[in-house]
Design a protein. Structure first.
Length: 269
């Protein structure tokens, strides 16, 4: 059996309702905030408590930063445009879209292009310009919408089989920990550098239209997300513990970033 793996926690929602909090929550935490919660806000301790019954030890190991809302073969001007829309979108984002009338489909990344090309899908969410350009999604959809409300800071995970990890001497355990943290930092830096370059290529060479979702649509998505996440938290006692920790940290950084990050971006112009 494998002793190490790399994945995303929201794929394990069927195993435990709390799992998505350790990857991506719609309108939740961005990459910087996720790192703050996991490393210094009690999140990692909760994550390891969640995975302990499965004999796994998780480490944060990658983040793309804010993703795109997705690729669509038609314009989105109102919430009603989601009715009957077949969209590849995993995790809690899929639950939110379903609540607004779409049909959420979760298929492997390798199948997205063909499904869009054949009309089996009307829209898809993958990552952002860096990956989406390489996938050729501009060939099968005209519109790329933002912001990525569904995955504002998706943390990837390195999973270690607990007995194998605990059998390591302390120096090798430290190496695993430091390497995972380095990967977590480097991946975010890579996407920060590459996404703009890929976006320019999509716009200049492939004539992709990047569109912002209208405010009424974002407001409806936010309301539906609050309902979905609230119901998830209420479904399981441990999920509620994680929700409380996550929400408290989100409010703290919202206030802080309200007088730091947000006004800086506004002042920078």
């Amino acid at each position: 059996t494998a002793e190490m793996g790399h994945s995303a926690a929201y794929y394990w929602k069927g195993k435990n309702a709390a799992a998505p909090f350790f990857c991506a929550v719609p309108f939740g935490l961005n990459a910087q905030e996720m790192n703050g919660w996991l490393y210094h806000g009690g999140g990692l301790e909760l994550w390891r408590e969640l995975y302990a019954p499965f004999n796994l030890v998780p480490f944060p190991a990658g983040n793309t930063g804010v993703q795109m809302a997705g690729w669509f073969n038609r314009e989105i001007t109102a919430v009603s445009d989601f009715n009957g829309l077949k969209m590849r979108i995993p995790g809690l984002g899929g639950d939110v879209m379903s609540r607004l009338g779409a049909t959420a489909v979760n298929i492997p990344g390798a199948e997205i292009y063909t499904a869009m090309q054949t009309g089996a899908l009307d829209a898809c969410e993958w990552v952002g310009p860096y990956n989406d350009l390489a996938f050729g999604l501009f060939r099968v959809a005209k519109y790329c919408y933002y912001p990525g409300w569904q995955e504002p800071g998706p943390t990837l995970e390195c999973l270690l089989h607990k007995p194998a990890y605990e059998a390591l001497p302390d120096d090798l355990k430290a190496i695993v920990e430091v390497c995972c943290q380095a990967i977590n930092d480097d991946m975010l830096a890579d996407y920060t550098a590459q996404n703009h370059r890929a976006m320019r290529s999509l716009i200049d060479e492939h004539k992709v239209a990047f569109r912002r979702l209208p405010d009424p649509v974002l407001n409806a998505l936010r309301q539906a997300a609050q309902e979905v996440v609230g119901e998830l938290a209420a479904s399981d006692p441990f999920a509620h513990r994680v929700f409380d920790s996550f929400s408290a940290f989100r409010e703290q950084v919202r206030v802080w970033h309200g007088i730091s990050e947000v006004p800086f971006y506004q002042a920078r112009g």
